[in-house]
Write a protein that binds this ligand. Structure first.
Ligand SMILES: Cc1ncc(COP(=O)(O)O)c(C=O)c1O
Length: 359
């Protein structure tokens, strides 16, 4: 089968909904992550091979309670977005990177790889079918959630034999992401050398919840994570990669094996360099940040990730110190790169890096 001049290597069957629910949705008010589009893709892996793909109405998946995804967290996921171009065409942003990261996450949990062509063909077909669920350009995006999990009905602790790969999507309306206050966690770590921090197993997120809860109870929006060994070096900010403007240089923690290689992070580094900024990937200690702060050189901090794109950090709490960063209106670098990235993602500006795919 050929679509867009590409060969579809995986047979895909489509079972459409009788009536779309999209007319009931107000994109201006739809809350993030709680409303799901009409269809989902579902593919099974059994006896060493992938089944044909099925796109069917979004809904429950009947499974026995013994499946090992539920017992041991044999489950990995991705997060990405589709936008609508000014002319109303669906646009994907660097989807191949998500397909590859899902493969790396799967390999880390001894799971089979979802072939790139299966991921991409299934994704394109699903987004094409549910394109009415992508909010209009400038109003929001369609969040896309691929998941791969074990459906082995066995409570033995072992790599599973049967898996399910699912993609479902969820519209969300607001581009605006409020500035965040973050608490540096001294007690918990997100990742450690040899662990799973550079991949996306479900368990990473479960293990971070208590730190997030404590931060929220203390009046912060999110946690800033330090390295596990020395508890000195900044790693990430909640579920975002983190950038600092120190003097004239933009600095972000180098990918050490404990940091998720964010696709937004990579894109932001490239766009910042395009915009003429010097960007360094390096270790950044809290001591160094405190010194820069005292010298008035810590001018900006922002997080990057699919959901928020670029989110300014307003204050950082570390031990008994609160670092009050300059007012958001003065944030030139984070604001410029956010605007640039959104312009490329939504097709308002030319894509000179080959990142955007129109479907
Ligand atoms: C822990 C963590 N860091 C960073 C990111 C940002 O990654 P991306 O830009 O690919 O969304 C995510 C989101 O996937 C994440 O879960």
């Amino acid at each position: 089968m050929h679509r867009n001049g590409e060969t579809m290597t995986f047979p895909l069957r489509i079972d459409r909904v009788a009536i779309s629910r999209v007319q009931e949705i107000d994109f201006a008010t739809v809350p993030f992550g709680a409303t799901f589009s009409d269809h989902m893709l579902s593919v099974e892996f059994e006896e060493g091979r992938w089944s044909d793909g099925l796109i069917r109405p979004y809904g429950p998946i009947p499974l026995p309670p013994s499946i090992s995804a539920l017992q041991y967290g044999i489950s990995v996921f991705e997060g990405m977005k589709a936008h609508k171009s000014p002319a109303g065409r669906p646009l994907l942003f660097r989807p191949r990177e998500n397909a590859r990261r899902l493969q790396r996450s799967a390999a880390r949990l001894a799971m089979p790889a979802v072939p790139e062509s299966l991921f991409l063909d299934g994704l394109r077909e699903l987004v094409r079918l549910d394109q009415a669920w992508i909010p209009p350009a400038e109003m929001g995006a369609l969040y896309i959630r691929p998941i791969l999990f074990s459906v082995d009905p066995s409570i033995r602790v072992k790599p599973a034999d049967r898996y399910q790969f699912v993609i479902f999507t969820s519209p969300f309306g607001a581009y605006f992401s409020a500035p965040v206050d973050v608490l540096v966690s001294e007690r918990y770590v997100r990742a450690f050398p040899g662990g799973t921090g550079d991949t996306k197993p479900a368990g990473n997120y479960a293990a971070a919840l208590v730190a997030d809860q404590e931060a929220r109870e203390a009046g912060f929006n999110s946690v800033m994570w330090l390295d596990a060994q020395e508890r000195r070096y900044v790693e990430e900010c909640g579920v975002m990669n983190v950038f600092f403007l120190l003097g004239e240089d933009v600095v972000t923690p180098s990918l050490s094996g404990t940091i998720l290689p964010g696709i937004t992070r990579d894109s932001v580094i490239t766009l910042l360099r395009d915009l003429g900024y010097r960007v360094k990937e390096d270790r950044i200690s809290m001591d160094e940040l405190l010194k820069s702060y005292e010298r008035g050189e810590l001018r900006e901090c922002f997080g990057t990730g699919t959901a928020a794109t670029v989110s300014h950090v307003r204050r950082i709490r570390y031990k008994d110190r609160t670092l009050e960063l300059p007012p958001i209106e003065h944030r030139k670098v984070g604001a410029a790169v956010r605007e640039k990235l959104l312009a490329v993602m939504t097709g308002r500006e030319p894509d000179t890096h080959g990142w955007v795919e129109s479907i």
